[in-house]
Design a binder for this molecule. Structure first.
Ligand code: FES
Ligand code: FES
Length: 216
């Protein structure tokens, strides 16, 4: 029996498939263009006002820019590190209005008017923040890549405990909250250190907590 038009080669099927995907993408792009009046591929930009380490900045940004890339690429504050870029390592932790955030998971446009503190804003050589001093004293880093995020997170952790914000391991939700080893380890669990400086980081934090009257 003559199978006529059904006699198509595998190569022909694949070529046809590629062509139809390309056409599909083109029609999606055209549909997007028709919907909002902008050419497909056009970048949406927005002005974002941020105060970083006490300095006001007004930035014209692609709306897809993360806070992390804003700090590193636009403001040249490279103390904040990009580890995973997926919210899994904590290397990019900064303080926004006093609370810690993973800056790789946060778009800059979400922070209009916010106050951001990076490791550069906590302290400088010769005038270190007590947590930076304690990390040095207790050898809380090895390669140092995770350290800016660890220190920002550690500062915010003690502030959370001071405010009485509970964690998963807080046993007494009504009594005074203490910076116990378990409390600090639980709260710091989003900050990964490949070098394994965890015990020394915990010692550094315990020293700052004790000096602050929060010791466990
Ligand atoms: S770089 Fe943001 S959590 Fe890893
Ligand atoms: S000190 Fe190297 S990753 Fe933490």
């Amino acid at each position: 029996m003559d199978d006529g038009i059904f006699n198509v080669s595998r190569r022909g099927v694949l070529a046809g498939g590629v062509a139809s995907v390309a056409i599909g993408q083109a029609s999606v792009a055209l549909a997007q263009e028709a919907e909002d009046g902008r050419p497909a591929g056009d970048v949406e930009r927005m002005n974002v006002d941020l105060t970083v380490n006490g300095t006001a900045h007004s930035l014209d940004l692609d709306t897809r820019t993360t806070l992390l890339d804003t700090l590193r690429e636009h403001l040249r504050l490279t103390g904040t590190k990009k580890g995973c870029d997926h919210g899994q390592c904590g290397a990019c932790t900064v303080l926004v209005n006093g609370e810690r955030v993973n800056s790789c998971l946060s778009l800059a446009v979400m922070h209009q008017g916010d106050q951001v503190t990076t490791i550069e804003g906590l302290g400088q050589p010769g005038n270190l923040h007590p947590m930076q001093d304690a990390f040095v004293e207790h050898d809380g880093y090895q390669c140092g890549y995770c350290t800016p995020g660890q220190i920002c997170s550690a500062v915010a952790t003690l502030a959370e405990i001071r405010k009485g914000i509970p964690s998963h391991v807080t046993e007494d939700l009504t009594g005074p909250m203490r910076a116990t080893n378990m409390e600090m380890r639980e709260r710091m669990s989003g900050n990964i250190c490949r070098c394994g400086a965890y015990s020394n980081i915990a010692d550094a934090m315990a020293q700052v907590a004790a000096a602050d009257g929060q010791g466990g």
